[in-house]
Design a protein. Structure first.
Length: 97
């Protein structure tokens, strides 16, 4: 149990570090725009993209068909925001297929 907890903390630390690093790299689209474009490109019309509070609280809720993006990811035009939004949208695409 302790090993799993330590590994979880290490992974979380690495994720946070990488997110901060790529939050400084600009992108043409916001995280929300990336998610919406990916959904359109895959013909998915019944999934909503919403903004939620918190940092790195992003997730796809298959029961409600909602991609919840943290405020930073939802509105930021950075590579980090685009990557997180694409990851969560990937879950919605998998669910649809």
């Amino acid at each position: 149990m302790i090993v799993v907890m330590v590994l979880s903390l290490i992974v979380q630390s690495m994720l946070t570090s990488r997110f901060r690093k790529y939050s400084g790299v600009p992108c043409d689209l916001t995280g929300a725009e990336v998610a919406e474009k990916m959904l359109r490109d895959h013909g998915i019309r019944d999934v909503r993209v919403c903004s939620i509070g918190g940092m790195l609280t992003d997730h796809y809720d298959p029961t409600r068909k909602v991609i919840n993006l943290s405020q930073d990811v939802y509105s930021s035009r950075t590579v980090a925001a685009a990557a997180v939004a694409a990851h969560e949208t990937g879950h919605a695409i998998q669910h649809a297929e």
